[in-house]
Design a protein around this ligand. Structure first.
Ligand SMILES: C[S@@+](CC[C@H](N)C(=O)[O-])C[C@H]1O[C@@H](n2cnc3c(N)ncnc32)[C@H](O)[C@@H]1O
Length: 241
């Protein structure tokens, strides 16, 4: 590590800034199709948000003061676009690092003619820290996050105690953090983290999982899993303090 980098990391730590070295994703250089590239070119000025522009003013961005739901790691954006289409009285912000996914999402959103969706192509942790005001979100969703199967990679799982508290500061009181996973060991990990996370109430009556709510679209991948007898676990926690 260069002396200059070491000094700036030390300075940032002294200033109380959280230094993150472990990331929840590995940037895949997946090929951008022509359609995805066109979708980005045509729609970025309307739907794209830039991390470098800092804190967002939701009312200015959406032209209304409807509730805002933020999705972390939307993949190709299928379920995000469908949710935005089905809930025109809400606003949606999606964050994804995978450029082909951003292109696919923008293409589908434009085709569906929706106006209540905006998208970041950036690390969600940095977007949350720098662009989202505290106490501003009605909902946060994290669907099928990378499970990091191997035990030595569990530290890369995005759901961790500090992450749960970061998210809590971004939610309004009464706002809900909704997770879903098809990997049982990750579902158990999520539950362990969230059951002891300060300031949240589990919306499950049995203090574990909730049935998939109607508003979370059933993806093709999930339908296939159901046919093969695989489980999916939904968890919903409300900010209460
Ligand atoms: C397993 S995929 C699931 C995608 C989608 N939610 C679905 O249900 O199909 C997880 C996605 O999260 C994205 N991701 C992981 N960590 C992220 C982060 N810190 N910021 C933004 N996206 C992230 C990955 O690029 C990947 O596309």
């Amino acid at each position: 590590m260069s002396e200059q980098l070491k000094n700036s990391l030390e300075q940032a730590e002294q200033d109380g800034k959280f230094i993150r070295t472990i990331r929840s994703f590995v940037k895949r250089e997946g090929r951008l199709t022509k359609g995805q590239a066109c979708a980005i070119e045509e729609n970025w000025s309307k739907m794209g948000l830039e991390h470098k522009n800092g804190l967002l003013d939701f009312t200015e961005i959406f032209g209304n003061s409807n509730d805002v739901i933020l999705e972390i790691g939307f993949g190709m954006g299928k379920s995000l676009v469908e949710m935005a289409k089905n809930a025109p009285d809400k606003n949606f912000i999606g964050i994804e690092v995978h450029r082909p996914g951003v292109g696919a999402c923008l293409g589908d959103a434009a085709e569906a003619g929706i106006t209540n969706l905006r998208v970041f192509e950036h690390d969600a942790i940095e977007v949350l820290a720098d662009c989202i005001a505290d106490g501003s979100l009605a909902g946060l969703q994290l669907f099928f996050p990378d499970p990091w199967h191997k035990t030595r990679h569990h530290k890369r799982r995005i759901v961790q105690p500090a992450f749960a508290q970061n998210l809590r500061t971004k939610l309004k009181l009464g706002g809900v953090f909704h997770m879903a996973t098809d990997w049982e060991n990750y579902a158990e990990h999520m539950l362990e983290v969230m059951q002891v996370a300060e300031g949240y109430k589990n919306l499950s009556q049995e203090n574990n999982y909730v049935p998939r709510p109607e508003f979370r679209p059933l993806t093709k991948f999930e339908q296939r899993g159901h046919r093969l007898g695989h489980g999916v676990w939904d968890l919903m926690f409300e900010r209460i303090a």
